[in-house]
Design a protein around this ligand. Structure first.
Ligand code: ATP
Ligand code: MG
Length: 393
């Protein structure tokens, strides 16, 4: 009887050439961390796959958690048998007899070129036995039960289906970014996409009490707890933004207030990012979605910053962003009705076409640098981790 394993494949990782060793090591460590509560599992990490031996654990329980690990391309429940044609045939027969499918197809991949039979011969030998011993028939185009046979030196792996993983890269392999996180729908989705792409995130949130209630911070924490599923510890900086925001609204024409406020957010974020070795900023902006996200606004706002800004949702439609938010579980938290610091001051006709001359003129009227420094000096931070979450992942 074969041994039960999960075979993990590395999506895009396999294109990473020389660095692949580090990638696989990190992915192996992430998988072990994710599955640490299953104490009997054992692991073998190879250059193109990771094998997880299930022992007493159930595939359904373990595989559910693998779905949340960035860097996994796909995975399968597999039976391992010794590299021997009789053993392979017996195992295939056993699984066919336990299956209600009416049609099958054998698909052999002979990686061990020393195995005495070619792939086609193996396909034929096994198919003959299945036809003789079961009521199944062969369907080469659309089999109900595809049976994959992977022959490697020493062992053979038999499986029928694969589950798609998250894809992307193991967390942190691409470096660190500071994410501007509001309580809205978009930035949590953007954050998820950054993490999935191998970026370790730190998050910054601009808070304006008492205009915004402490519920907004609770909301941010809850969102980050959901993202803890993918990155187990996330540092959150909370910037006390009230005074600065009030000052901005004293000097800025109402149509320019948001533009100026965004520039100030960027200045503070960039300083924090540099101080904490984040290479880029990221945000949930999407081209054209609101006045501050027209190309002219984006250009005018970004002008004050010297750090690249990644916008994973730049070209994604709102309906697709909403669907992704629902899928990852941040949507219900994002739509809780608490005000954001951007919505507390009523802004009439925010400009969609800000002019740099006017921006510079407004900014010359007050000592914004003092407020930038104050905000940075009074910033608070905390770590949002799986351990302080009530939920079991
Ligand atoms: P979101 O749904 O993420 O709030 P949005 O469509 O509401 O985005 P804006 O409110 O204009 O758009 O915000 C654009 C981006 O600016 C956000 O995605 C986020 O990255 C950043 N941002 C906005 N408000 C804050 C805030 N209070 N703290 C930190 N970042 C913010
Ligand atoms: Mg918003």
């Amino acid at each position: 009887m074969g041994t039960d394993l999960i075979l993990v494949r590395f999506g895009e990782l396999s294109t990473k050439g020389k660095n692949i060793k580090d990638f696989i090591k990190k992915l192996g460590a992430d998988i072990k961390e994710k599955l640490k509560s299953f104490s009997t599992l054992s692991y073998r990490i190879e250059h193109d796959h990771i094998y997880i031996e299930l022992h007493e654990e159930k595939y359904e329980d373990v595989s559910k958690r693998l779905l949340d690990v960035p860097g996994i391309g796909s995975f399968s429940f597999v039976k391992r048998v010794p590299e021997d044609i009789e053993e392979i045939i017996n195992e295939v027969l056993r699984s066919c007899k336990n299956n209600s499918a009416k049609t099958f197809k054998i698909i052999t991949k002979r990686i061990d070129k020393l195995f005495p039979y070619h792939s086609d011969e193996v396909n034929r030998m096994i198919a003959e036995k299945v036809l003789k011993n079961t009521i199944m028939s062969v369907d080469v185009h659309n089999p109900e039960l595809p049976i994959h046979i992977m022959i490697r030196p020493g062992n053979c792996y038999i499986y029928s289906s694969s589950q798609k993983g998250l894809g992307g890269y193991p967390v942190g392999i691409a470096g660190k970014s500071l994410m501007l996180l509001s309580g809205g729908i978009d930035s949590p989705v953007a954050a998820f996409n950054m993490i999935k792409r191998g970026v370790r995130l730190e998050c910054i949130h601009f808070s304006s009490p008492p205009y915004t209630s402490s519920n907004v911070i609770t909301k941010i924490r809850d969102i980050l707890h959901v993202l803890n599923k993918y990155q187990t510890s996330i540092k959150l900086y909370i910037v006390p933004f009230t005074e600065f925001q009030e000052e901005i609204y004293k000097y800025a024409d109402t149509s320019y207030a948001i533009t100026i406020m965004r520039r100030m957010m960027l200045r503070i974020s960039e300083a924090i990012a540099r101080h904490h070795n984040c290479l880029v900023l990221s945000s949930g902006e999407s081209v054209g979605q609101v006045a501050s996200q027209t190309l002219k606004s984006i250009a005018a706002i970004e002008e004050c910053s010297n750090m690249p800004i990644i916008r994973p949702l730049a070209t994604v439609d709102k309906v697709d962003i909403i669907n992704e938010a629902k899928k990852i579980g941040t949507y219900d938290i994002s739509i809780r009705p608490f005000e954001d610091c951007c919505t507390i001051f009523e802004v009439k006709n925010p400009t969609t076409c800000p002019h740099l001359d006017k921006i510079k003129e407004i900014e010359s009227h007050f000592d914004y640098q003092k407020y930038v420094v104050d905000c940075i000096a009074n910033i608070k931070y905390e770590y949002i981790t799986l351990d302080n979450s009530d939920e079991e992942f």
